[in-house]
Design a protein around this ligand. Sequence first.
Ligand SMILES: Cc1cc2nc3c(=O)[nH]c(=O)nc-3n(C[C@H](O)[C@H](O)[C@H](O)COP(=O)(O)O)c2cc1C
Length: 254
Amino acid sequence: MKILGILASHKEHGLNAELLDNVLDNVDEGVETETIYLENYDITPHKYHQENEVLDELSQKLMDADVWVFSAPTYWREAPGLLKNFFDCMRPKFVYFKENGDTIPGPFKDKHYLSLSSCYMSTTENFLTGITDETFKTIDRVMSAAGVIKTGEIVLPNTFGMKEIPQKKKDLCAKYGHKISQKQEKDDLTMKRYIQLFFMIAVMALVTMGIQVPLKAIMPMDNFWINYASFTVIFFVLLGAILHYVTFVKHRRR
Ligand SMILES: Cc1cc2nc3c(=O)[nH]c(=O)nc-3n(C[C@H](O)[C@H](O)[C@H](O)COP(=O)(O)O)c2cc1C
């Protein structure tokens, strides 16, 4: 079992490095760890028919690890260019291409990842505006294309003038260090997702029927088809909204 830390900060020994160290220092006994600092690599795109030793080396390191931990500060409200360049250049390694140009997960499918980010913004501001969301979304988008499974997120807001990460965050890093040490061959959240989906549908159905009650005053709800059509439309809107929130909007902000 091996865990690979990928540091994408301008600072090799800054707060993101400290977050990453706190995760990797707390992995279970017997778990091997390694950190790569992206700035130490001359990462350039793969040119057709040309060897790219740097990409091959990074690709091998990714392949040798079971879990990847990305530690990337938020720059200009999004993922740092260093990480984006790494993702862009690694695209042919992350995915296979179909004849029509579509992509499918490549050789890293079913590995796992954890994302760490930080920002100067205060905890309250980040909670309200989600400055760090874009950083997490970029990582999620690429990992989803590569078929790599998410384990979680840790965010460190309020970093302006911060010298050391707070104990609360260190504890959270330690918790994740243990969590990612448990080797997971494939997405073991399937059962949890089915249970969540069941409760989501149960609540949405209840809310939909609740909304239908006052509609009786303006619509002939005794008519089966009107009842059915209004249920379908309300249910679809509510479920679409909640799925959008859970899938795209919800990120750790504190
Ligand atoms: C180029 C650059 C852009 C940044 N943009 C933002 C930003 O848009 N919002 C924010 O809250 N912090 C911003 N920051 C602050 C970083 O997120 C901060 O440096 C980081 O939290 C500290 O981590 P480090 O010690 O690993 O560098 C920026 C920092 C740099 C260097």
